[in-house]
Design a protein around this ligand. Structure first.
Ligand SMILES: [Zn+2]
Length: 399
């Protein structure tokens, strides 16, 4: 019995080593534009025979493909080069919205293959709707379910990390009784699933786009205000999953009562509807057009009333953002969401307000800039997060 158990353990260990070597080779091929088997053996410090057999397995599974001959320094045989086959796997990235969801499929090279939006009038049926949507998207992309390696779901809400439930959201009609994520887990038990605050995925996408930056805060200003935090290239969500709840930091202790129970929350006083209200009370209100496009023009033309309205909003935003800078000491603060339509004058005022109240020795090197992500940052960030985990930790299926 003992020796049988030992053999089983040895076999399990060998299987683990093989899987981790397979992931290592797959990851190295992904990092290089194209690479030969000999180069892989050198980088992975594995024997050429082991590498060849792992590469054969990845090719047979459709994860890697040969892409012609490479160059060689000597007059010897030219090596066959390898690259990740984008069609070797797929991840689904979801963003939950007030009336439904947006779902996008990405291949292994993070190319978007399918994008769809669905209305879900009854939020208690979100789970079955998502499962149906994912199956439909896979069908549309011509991808078998065995090639679905992960699903990310971004939500504007508070998540309980331990139960994987959305506890509350000031935007979505959802509470912790809603089992949509459990239903996804039951239906897709063997792949990577990640439920996250949407700002976290957006923050991750900003990091992907800025290779030289490793720690940043992404501040999203829409109807809700939230922050996503990346520290040393990893999403930081805190012990219970709620780091970055910038919108519910009070900036006026005597202010109006927020849905969350606090007074004077930043989200209540400086979100997009609050800004529109301020603009409506300025000279723009008299013209009847309080669009951000008009506000941007008025700011560029130096309209005193619009400037004053935006300065008061920026003072509130600066108060919240400055706290995050002081506590986290990031390399950059990235501002995203609808608010960026207010343009560069808005950004200039925001930076000035942050500078006025900043703690100088610690914050001088922090840059404050607009998001540069094109398309949906929540789905793209969720997909990139999953793909990075797959290349780092495995979790892909061969065959
Ligand atoms: Zn609040």
């Amino acid at each position: 019995m003992v020796s049988n158990r030992r053999m089983e353990r040895r076999s399990a260990n060998l299987q683990t080593v093989k899987l981790s070597n397979l992931t290592l080779i797959f990851s190295l091929i992904n990092q290089m534009e194209s690479v030969s088997r000999a180069e892989l053996a050198q980088m992975a410090e594995l024997s050429p025979t082991t590498v060849s057999s792992l590469v054969d397995e990845l090719i047979a599974g459709g994860m890697v493909r040969e892409v012609g001959m490479g160059e060689t320094a000597t007059s010897g045989r030219k090596p066959i080069m390898l690259e990740v086959d984008p069609a070797g796997g797929t991840v689904a990235a979801v963003e939950l919205r007030r009336n439904g969801y947006c779902l996008e499929l990405f291949d292994l090279k993070a190319n978007r293959r399918v994008a769809m939006e669905e209305d879900v009038p009854d939020y208690s049926r979100m789970g079955e709707n998502l499962i149906r949507g994912i199956r439909r998207a896979l069908h549309r992309a011509g991808v078998p379910e065995s090639k679905l390696f992960g699903i990310s779901v971004g939500v504007p809400g508070v998540i309980d990390k331990t139960t994987g439930r959305v506890i509350s959201s000031t935007i979505l009609p959802i509470d912790e009784e809603n089992p949509f994520f459990d239903e996804l887990r039951d239906r897709f038990p063997d792949i990577k699933l990640r439920l996250g605050n949407e700002s976290c995925f957006s923050a991750y996408m900003e990091k992907v786009q800025r290779k030289q930056i490793h720690s940043l805060v992404y501040v999203e200003i829409n109807e809700g205000i939230g922050a996503g935090i990346v520290v040393n290239d990893h999403i930081f969500t805190g012990a219970f999953g709620n780091a970055g709840e910038l919108g519910h930091v009070s900036v006026d202790l005597n202010g109006p009562r927020c849905k969350c129970g606090n007074r004077g929350c930043l989200e209540l006083l400086a979100n997009v509807p609050a800004i529109r209200e301020k603009l409506a009370a300025s000279s723009l209100g008299r013209t009847g057009d309080v669009s951000f496009e008009e506000a941007r023009c008025a700011l560029e033309l130096g309209d005193a009333e619009v400037l004053s309205a935006i300065e008061s909003i920026c003072s509130l935003l600066a108060s919240g953002i400055n706290s995050m800078i002081n506590i986290l000491n990031p390399e950059a603060v990235i501002v995203g969401g609808e608010i960026i339509q207010l343009g560069d004058v808005f950004l200039h005022i925001l930076k000035k307000k942050i500078d006025e109240i900043s703690f100088k020795p610690g914050t001088q090197k922090v840059t404050v800039e607009f998001s540069a992500v094109k398309g949906n940052p929540v789905t793209q960030g969720g997909a990139r997060y999953l793909l990075d985990r797959i290349f780092q930790d495995g979790g892909f299926v061969i065959g």
